[in-house]
Design a protein around this ligand. Structure first.
Ligand code: P6P
Length: 361
């Protein structure tokens, strides 16, 4: 390799190492907003919010790496959250981390979390911003005590109106209202993936620098992939069409099952390798288990930005209008061909049920 090529390679390498999250978000937001400069207030705000989210991710990653050595860091609190789920100590810790990094930021007015029945309103003695952070502080917390991957999921929306009744009704709008979305995956490395509507980009935390460094820009999901990710233990709870799909992938070559019990890790695999993740409705939970505003909608935002699809099985996730803050939806998300295949089983079964009397169970 000649000297000039070596210099170019070195310069590229140097530039790659210097692309931190805050710089990248600013550039991306300016492009998305067609803003005139890096100094546009909204671009600055979104970049600052992403920086706060990154700080929360660093604090949570640090706690997770030491939790097994700390008293009272793991296990259950003995409480039940608004979802009816047993609360892990890490759920509460992570929820508090997000509140603490945003409370004095002057960037947000509300924080809506899976762990809180109502949004947390920034106190009047703190600076108030015009944005709302919606988040699942630790998704997949059943994996925490066994040292398997977990994640945080986030979505950023602008407050609309004055929310005078404190009911945050303006949050009950479809997913196209999201300004940004992403997740942090706490695995062998800590990965932050985000989009502000101009492609999907991943960053890896360099613990020696304490910085998230750009790993991959404009991630695109393959149109088809071999992986289907679903909890087959629910097979007899599903509607017949989903059972039809499951039988199909069992009988046809080229499919393989992967399921970790933590949405963020399963989603990340599908995003990078292609395929489909499903959490369908069940008899007990026809709306499904996953929550729209801080789980399925942010992931749908990312997936569509990456060239994939996200559906409830009957409509696009991003079109779904929630009736309540903790609205649940079924989720079918991933490669366009694989999501469409699942939907085809739902449509075929619906047509058959229209023309044939439903057999008495
Ligand atoms: P199941 C974790 O509790 C979670 O919300 C997601 O992270 C995960 O995909 C799903 O639930 C797992 O649910 O019913 O398969 O254990």
């Amino acid at each position: 390799m000649g000297n000039s090529e070596q210099t170019l390679t070195h310069e590229l390498t140097l530039d790659r190492d210097c692309t931190t999250l805050s710089r990248h978000v600013l550039q991306q937001t300016v492009k998305t907003l067609h803003a005139s400069s890096l100094l546009s207030p909204e671009a600055q705000d979104i970049s600052a919010i992403m920086n706060r989210i990154a700080l929360a991710g660093k604090l949570i990653a640090k706690r997770l790496s030491r939790a097994g050595l700390m008293a009272d860091a793991l296990g259950f609190t003995g409480e039940t959250n608004v979802q009816g789920e047993s609360v892990k100590r890490m759920d509460l810790y992570a929820n508090e981390v997000f509140i603490s990094v945003f409370k004095q930021s002057g960037l947000v007015c509300r924080l809506a979390s899976e762990e809180m029945e109502d949004p947390y309103y920034i106190p009047e003695n703190c600076p108030i911003g015009r944005y709302t952070l919606l988040y699942d502080p630790i998704d997949g917390s059943s994996n925490v005590d066994i040292n398997l991957n977990v994640g945080s999921i986030f979505s950023i929306r602008q407050q609309e109106g004055e929310d005078l009744d404190g009911k945050a009704q303006d949050l009950l709008q479809d997913g196209h209202k999201q300004l940004a979305a992403g997740y942090i995956l706490y695995g062998p490395s800590t990965v932050l993936v985000y989009s502000v509507g101009n492609g999907v980009h991943s960053f890896i935390l360099d613990p020696s620098l304490g910085e998230f460094i750009l790993a991959e820009e404009n991630i695109k999901i393959p149109e088809h992939g071999p992986v289907y990710s679903v909890n087959e233990g629910n097979f007899w709870q599903w509607e017949e069409s989903i059972r039809d799909y499951n039988r199909y992938v069992h009988r046809h070559e080229g499919y393989t099952a992967r399921y970790s019990g933590a949405l963020v890790g399963d989603f990340h695999r599908i995003l990078l390798q292609g395929g489909v993740f499903l959490y369908p409705g069940t008899v007990k939970k026809p709306e499904g288990k996953l929550r729209l505003l801080y789980e399925t909608a942010p992931l749908a935002f990312l997936m569509e930005q990456a060239g994939g699809r996200a559906s409830t099985g009957r409509e696009d996730i991003l079109d779904f209008v929630p009736q309540k803050l903790h609205q649940r939806t079924p989720l079918i998300i991933g490669s366009t061909e694989d999501v469409s295949l699942v939907e085809s089983f739902i449509q075929d079964r619906a047509k058959r049920e229209e023309t044939e009397p439903i057999a008495v169970q």
